[in-house]
Write a protein that binds this ligand. Structure first.
Ligand code: ADP
Length: 358
């Protein structure tokens, strides 16, 4: 097991900069997930750590060693890809054993490692099959098994669940979390899916255009997003945003609704003065019941009953918002809507920089 450090790590192709000098310390045993939209530099960062991509500048360290110049197989890492990359003509046992054989680990030792990994992943009964005789989820477990048997210092996962259907994705996600709990090896994991990031990570690194936008635990990035980008990326349905002004100690919305700043974000924004702001409210922080201290007035656009909740899409002046309300709440499109808000859960961002004002 080992820590991982990025020191001003950068990658460019010609004059196109795809990773812009990122700094990050990943602790020994930590599960860190890189998340962000397509093209933000996640895979490139992971591939530089793996040694599959050259480094333009900066350093990658695994433990105390700068690995910039080391070949992938000298880095003592194991990588799991989305396309499994199993040998089609080898059995599961031989797929899992191959990397051991290459490293001179044979016989009873290899057998014990393969059996232990197979048991951990629930694939002991599949050891004599070939990949074509397995489902997608089983193949992904074999790919993980092949990584585990090597007992590397660091596991790297590049979108490992992308090729699985929604139900399997959930199952294998749970497997990966169990695996980390069982073996405790450092994991660096890349995904574009914020649910995977939230459910798996000890810490999430949100990348945007080759820069780190925010690093934090899932709770931190959900409860204290550093920017409109993070607020909108983490959480589903996404955080709502509405432009407003602060004036006379209140947030004043375009429709004239006011919320006292002293109550917003538990007082974190009390001193921001008069300015243009972007107000962020999560769908789950609206309250359908009357009697809330803080109320917004909108107009219902579309109602989506989900069984467990009702999603109500509504407008306040020209802002489009979504509220997640209890299932029995069924407003009608076109109606006026009065919704309470938990003021402590409201976020405020600067209208220009889009960074938090907290
Ligand atoms: P992500 O994994 O976040 O989707 P990538 O790390 O794969 O993003 O890519 C980051 C950016 O680098 C993208 O804009 C991509 O087009 C660009 N890129 C990747 N590989 C090359 C290459 N070989 N030449 C030029 N640009 C590349």
């Amino acid at each position: 097991m080992a820590s991982v450090s990025f020191r001003k790590l950068a990658k460019s192709y010609g004059n196109v900069h795809v990773v812009n000098g990122i700094d990050l310390e990943i602790a020994d045993g930590e599960f860190v997930v890189f998340v962000g939209p397509s093209g933000c530099g996640k895979s490139t960062t992971l591939r530089m750590l793996a040694g599959l991509e050259s480094i333009s500048s900066g350093e990658v360290m695994i433990g105390d060693t700068v690995v910039n110049k080391l070949a992938p197989r000298e880095r003592d890492i194991a990588m799991v890809f989305q396309d499994y990359a199993l040998y089609p003509h080898k059995t599961v046992r031989d797929n899992m054993g191959f990397s051991l054989k290459v490293r001179g680990i044979k016989g009873a030792d290899a057998e014990a490692r393969i059996n232990a990994a197979a048991e951990m992943l629930g694939i002991s009964h599949l050891l004599d099959r070939r990949p074509s005789q397995l489902s997608g989820g089983q193949r992904q477990r074999v790919a993980m098994g092949r990584a585990i048997v090597r007992r590397p210092k660091v596991f790297l996962f590049d979108e490992p669940l992308s090729n699985l259907d929604a139900k399997l994705r959930g199952q294998v996600r749970t497997e990966i979390k169990k695996l980390h709990q069982a073996i405790g090896t450092t994991i660096v994991y890349v995904t574009h899916d914020q649910v995977e990031a939230m459910t798996l990570a000890d810490r999430i690194v949100i990348l945007r255009g080759g820069d780190i936008e925010q690093v934090g635990t899932p709770d931190e990035v959900y409860n204290r997003p550093a920017s409109v980008f993070v607020g909108g990326f983490v959480g589903s349905p996404a955080m709502n945003f509405a432009r407003a002004n602060t004036s006379g100690g209140d947030i004043v919305f375009a429709n004239g609704d006011r919320i006292p700043l002293s109550a917003v974000g538990s007082g974190a924004f009390a001193d921001i003065g008069d300015r243009e702001v972007i107000v962020g409210i999560r769908p789950e922080h609206f309250i359908a019941a009357d009697g809330s201290a803080v109320v917004l007035n909108g107009q219902v656009q579309v109602v989506e009953p989900l069984g467990s909740d009702t999603l109500v899409h509504f407008s306040i002046a020209d802002a489009a918002l979504t509220a997640r309300l209890p299932p029995e709440v069924r407003p009608v499109a076109g109606e006026a809507l009065r919704l309470g808000v938990e003021p402590s859960k409201i976020h405020l961002f600067d209208a220009k920089s889009e960074r938090t004002l907290a």
